[in-house]
Design a protein around this ligand. Structure first.
Ligand code: ADP
Length: 226
């Protein structure tokens, strides 16, 4: 169980699942119940805009990845890396170590801070929710106490990303082809959280039920707050 030398052990829950399955939606539901969410996508966006990483990206991919106003052309970069495996590996080698370093730093900070008033867990033990799209190939899969697979059928996921992100149907397949297969994500997870279209109403209740389970498992005789 991950713990810091200097503070309270964290209870780390990581979400995984297909693109558009609802990982961020689940993360938001847990945030409302007192979890501290670490969003690797948001961290990646900060990292690719940081000056050191920007100049390494320019060295690797040239100025074709820069828009007229000087900002990073995310669309051009996505088009390149989802069609060119070598380019994706070069991008990952530049961006991932820094994203991991920032996640590690945040985990260490939360552990050193100790108990978290917002946490629903016994003793206000910090509940941390990791939303990391490439969880299985990161060191954080093994560091999580619980890995939750968010389950939604491809048809629902295709509809959602078309509606929310304007993606054509083949875009979801193109992105998932570059990831760990979905069956492997599911089989390596500890729990499955259904989130098919129409299950939105049950999501908060299912997250609450999971927290109640963790509370029961983690409670000691002195704990009264679950
Ligand atoms: P992910 O993080 O797994 O890519 P998101 O949480 O961003 O997925 O969800 C993708 C889209 O689907 C969002 O617009 C979200 O509001 C919507 N969505 C999530 N869960 C459901 C659901 N159960 N029913 C309908 N739409 C949903």
């Amino acid at each position: 169980m991950p713990a810091s030398d200097s503070g309270a052990p964290l209870w780390i829950v990581a979400v995984t699942g297909g693109v558009g399955s609802g990982k961020s939606t689940v993360a938001r539901a847990f945030a409302e119940l007192g979890a501290h969410v670490i969003d690797a996508d948001a961290i990646s966006r900060e990292v690719v805009d940081s000056p050191g990483v920007r100049s390494r990206l320019e060295d690797a991919f040239g100025t074709a990845m820069t828009t007229a106003d000087g900002s990073l052309d995310r669309k051009a970069l996505a088009d390149l890396v989802f069609t060119d495996r070598g380019a994706r590996e070069r991008l990952d080698a530049i961006v991932h170590p820094e994203v991991r370093r920032r996640i590690d730093k945040e985990l260490a900070h939360l552990a050193a801070r100790g108990s978290d008033e917002a946490s629903p867990l016994p003793g206000k033990r910090p509940l941390v929710l990791l939303d990391i799209p490439l969880l299985e190939t990161s060191p954080f899969h093994d560091r999580a106490d619980v890995v939750l697979f968010v389950d939604a059928p491809p048809r629902d996921r295709r509809r959602r990303v078309a509606e929310a992100r304007g993606w054509p149907p083949e875009e979801l397949t193109r992105r998932e082809d570059s990831q760990v297969p979905i069956d492997e994500k599911r089989s390596r997870a500890h729990r499955v959280l259904p989130n098919f279209d129409g299950a939105e109403g049950e999501l908060a209740g299912n997250c609450r039920a999971l927290i109640a389970e963790w509370c029961a498992a983690l409670a000691t005789d002195r704990d009264t707050n679950c």
